[in-house]
Design a protein around this ligand. Sequence first.
Ligand SMILES: [Zn+2]
Length: 282
Amino acid sequence: MLKKYVFRSNRAGYNILFLGAIHGNEPAGTQAISTAVQKFASGALIPLKGTVSFIPVCNPLAFERNVRQIDENLNRIIRRWNNPTTYEQNLANELSAEIEAADIIIDLHSSHCPDDKPFIFNDYPDDHLACRLSSVQNIEYVVEGWPQIYNAAPIKDYSTGSWAKICGKTCLTVECGYHLSDTAVKTAYHVIMNTLLSLDVLEGFSSVPPKQKYIAMDGFFIKTGSGHLARPFKHLDPISAGELLAFYDNGTSVVCPQDGFIMLPNPNAAVGTEWFYLGHQK
Ligand SMILES: [Zn+2]
């Protein structure tokens, strides 16, 4: 059983669930959740309506080993598995039930490179509540179109967000910055607070969000053999059509198809997994 902390008010309201460490090497969300849990547990914070729940570590074994996953990427397999055969499929069964029981899910992640800028995945911009919750965050970049780039891909995307959508729930996934940076922990904590303040679960004023920039995702590249990125790309670095993005050891290279941004470059991507994504400003 995953460790879960639940704080109930005695007034009706949303059941809000915060998730940390879906990927085991992303401690920022876990640290921010731990701070929030301590404040609720001590009575320093009291929910005024609804229920606030936290699962600080969604992939405990991967978290313990400080690796992204044990058998497979948990955030591509969130659904019900009748006969789970991997460690993550068992976790997915538990997490999909938790998502079904919530109204709003905020999934806190971090990314691979120092100085990575935080951003929000708003996968379903037709969800007004998701847009509202996205707009109150002190985060400059909002990324749309994630589900669409997986539609025709060999890797299937059963993420927390897609399972929430299937179940009629609202979910935002927030990338809080580099895995090991203090700013990622602060960003994750502000996401928790701004979400609760904007829903009147807590009393007070949230920070004024910056004018947000919207990025549309265009696609992604799967690493098909051993190789390396052409330079130490950072998330949201501008790139141009024709620019070399990566080299394979067999001498072939990956060329940028159009002007835009490189997103979530993973210099340590395993063969057969996502190496980097591409997008453009809307
Ligand atoms: Zn992650």
